[in-house]
Design a protein around this ligand. Sequence first.
Ligand SMILES: [Fe+2]
Length: 352
Amino acid sequence: MEMISRYGTPTTRLISLLKCLKYPLRNVREGDKFVILTDDQMDPLIWQATMAVLNSCGAESLLCLYPQRSYHCADPSPLAIGAAKGADVVIALTTTALNSGTPGLRQIRSEGSGKGKTPVWLWEEMNQEILIEGGGAATAAEVAEMCDIQRRIGEIYDNGKRIHVTSSAGTDLVADISGYPPGALARRWGEIPYERNPETGRLGSGTWPFGEVHVEPLPDTANGVVVWDQTGHFPPGQWQQPVRLQIENGRVVDIGGGHEAREVRQYLERYGDENSWRVGGEIAIGTNRRCLPYTGCMRSEKKRYGAMHFGIGHGADRGLVNSRLRLEGIVDRVTIVVDGKHTVARDGEILV
Ligand SMILES: [Fe+2]
């Protein structure tokens, strides 16, 4: 947020923004139907630039703008969900996070036009700086390199059972990651984003900025401590005091720290449910070297090379933990070891 705090978000940034949207929108063609979801807190220049590129490609595009949702993972406006069902692709440019487990998102994915799932491109909490100076500036070659790293990590997870994550801030967590279909993670994370399916011609999924590989622990198996030491979905911004989660048998049993810890607890109590305290979410490591440190912004921090986002609540992969609210936070420079012998990363350096 360095440039934004110095110079604001001038509309002239449209000049640079369009270039950063070239890669994710490279396969858009005439007749594709897009719905953009956004809210009244989003910088309008982001969706204007996105719509301009879509329009220039001949796509049909519709903007659904509604008041900002009151909490992360809250469903979009029901009117927007109606519109999104007719789209080939939905782009989420909201300022609250979405996840595929909310009732509205499930409807969009399963009932969208065409056969199969409607991709929802998750670009929530996007800002000009992330797109232009940060992870959004990644080149095609850099994305290909990320996919290669992600595939290699996915292979280790596919063949692994016990994950052990530590960090200098005090994270020390173990969990069982087995039970995915064979080869699922290598396939998923090694895939180049925003490609068209060669058989159906339909656009595939993608996030922007790009760059993470995650694994979801089996419910009730995570034990230890996670220290969110950078930021989280809430409270927003760079945190001053880390938040320590004590986890027993896949459930958060204590949240310790200073102001941020109190805010996190209150947020979970206000907007979450019983399952928001369970570890369904994900153990993820970012692979994008363009994402800058200390942005205090989850959209970028989640993809930042060597940083982990750890989520509590809803687990979309396995579909076994379903919650109203999923909350994610960042653990910097993690060490990840699988089955005591495969070191995926050490102090934030990916080694596979
Ligand atoms: Fe993730």
